[in-house]
Design a protein around this ligand. Structure first.
Ligand code: GDP
Length: 296
C-alpha cells in the first residue's frame, strides 16, 4: 500500500533542521504529497485546491522548531486544517423544536435511507428515551413501506399504518398528524429515492418539506460513491435545503474523502456515520477520526 502522508512528508522535510523557517519551495514539495494523498482518498479536486492553499498560507514562513521535526509540523498543520474543514466538533441531531419534531430523510435509492431511519429511531428511543414514529413515503417501490414496518417491529419502534393508494405528501401529512395526536416526540419520514437525481424527485421532496416543515432534513449518502456523493449533496442542498448528512457504508471506505468534500461543498455538518447493516451500526461523526484516516 501507500506510505502514509506522515512518512512522505517526513522524508521530504525532515532534512531541513537548522534552517530558520519553511520556505515556499519546501512547502510546495510537501503540498504535492498532500494533494496526492487527498486525491487518493477521493477528495474532490476543487476541495483539494482550496485546502492546499490554506495549508500553504499557514506553513510558509513557519519557524522550524528544535523540539519538533518539520515533517511533523506540516502534518499537524494539515491535520488541523482537515479538522477545521470537517467541522471541528460533533453535531448531534437537533430535536430542539416543539413535538413532534419532524426528521426527513432524503437521498438516492439504495443509499441506506430506510436502514438509517431505523437506526436513528432505535438510537433516539434507547439512548434518549424518545417516543418515535416512523413512516415510509416510498410508494414507488412496492416493498418499501413493508420493509420499514419490519424494521419497526425488529427495533420496537412504531410505524405509521400503511394505507394503500395514498401518495407521499398525503402520507407525510398523516404521519405528522398521527405524531401530534399520539404524543410522539419525533416523526421520521423515510422518503422515496431514485437511481439518480431528477426533477420529479426534487419536486416531491419540496412538496413534502412544504407540507410537514421538517426540523431536520438529513441527506443519506453512500461514502463509497465518492465524487457522486459530492454532486448529490450539492444538488439536494440547493434544491431542498439539507440540515445535515449521514454518511453510510463507512465500514467499507478506508479513505474518508467523501466526508471532507461533502462538508466543504455544502457547509452542512456530517452528523452520523453508518458502519454496517445491523441496527446498532451507527456512530457519531468525529472530524478528528476521519482526519486521522485521511492522513493514514
Ligand atoms: P434505501 O433504498 O436508501 O432505503 O436503502 P436501504 O436502507 O434499503 O439499504 C440498502 C442496502 O445497504 C441494505 O442492504 C442495507 O443493509 C445496506 N446498508 C445500509 N447502510 C449501511 C452501512 O452503513 N454499511 C453497510 N455495510 N451496509 C449498509
Amino acid at each position: 500500500m501507500f506510505d502514509s502522508l506522515q512518512d512522505r512528508l517526513g522524508s521530504i522535510l525532515n532534512g531541513l533542521t537548522g534552517r530558520g523557517a519553511l520556505s515556499d519551495k519546501d512547502v510546495s514539495a510537501a503540498l504535492r504529497e498532500v494533494r496526492r494523498a487527498l486525491l487518493e482518498a477521493d477528495v474532490s479536486l476543487e476541495v483539494v485546491r482550496g485546502f492546499t492553499d490554506r495549508v500553504r498560507e499557514k506553513a510558509v514562513g513557519a519557524e522550524i522548531l528544535k523540539s519538533i521535526k518539520p515533517g511533523q509540523m506540516v502534518v499537524k498543520i494539515v491535520h488541523d486544517e482537515l479538522v477545521a474543514t470537517l467541522g471541528e466538533t460533533q453535531v448531534p441531531i437537533d430535536l430542539n423544536a416543539p413535538a413532534p419534531v419532524v426528521v426527513m430523510m432524503v437521498g438516492l435509492q439504495g443509499s441506506g435511507k430506510t436502514t438509517t431511519s431505523g437506526k436513528i429511531a432505535k438510537r433516539l428511543t434507547e439512548r434518549q428515551g424518545k417516543k418515535v414514529l416512523m413512516a415510509s413515503l416510498d410508494t414507488r417501490r412496492p416493498a418499501a413501506q413493508e420493509q420499514l414496518k419490519v424494521l419497526g417491529e425488529q427495533t420496537g419502534v412504531a410505524t405509521l399504518p400503511i394505507i394503500a393508494g395514498q401518495g407521499p405528501v398525503e402520507i407525510a401529512a398523516r404521519a405528522e398528524q398521527a405524531g401530534r395526536l399520539g404524543g410522539y416526540d419525533v416523526v421520521i419520514l423515510d422518503t422515496a429515492g431514485r437511481t439518480h437525481i431528477d426533477e420529479p424527485l426534487m419536486v416531491e421532496m419540496a412538496d413534502i418539506k412544504a407540507r410537514t416543515r421538517p426540523h431536520e432534513i438529513l441527506l443519506v449518502a453512500d461514502s463509497l460513491t465518492g465524487q457522486d456523493a459530492v454532486n448529490l449533496a450539492r444538488s439536494f442542498d440547493e434544491r431542498v435545503g439539507i440540515t445535515g448528512i449521514v454518511l453510510t457504508r463507512v465500514d467499507g471506505d478506508g479513505r474518508g474523502g467523501a466526508a471532507l468534500s461533502m462538508r466543504a461543498v455544502t457547509g452542512k455538518p456530517i452528523k452520523l456515520i453508518g458502519v454496517g447493516e445491523k441496527m446498532d451500526a451507527l456512530e457519531d461523526f468525529h472530524p478528528s477520526r476521519i482526519a486521522d484516516r485521511i492522513l493514514g
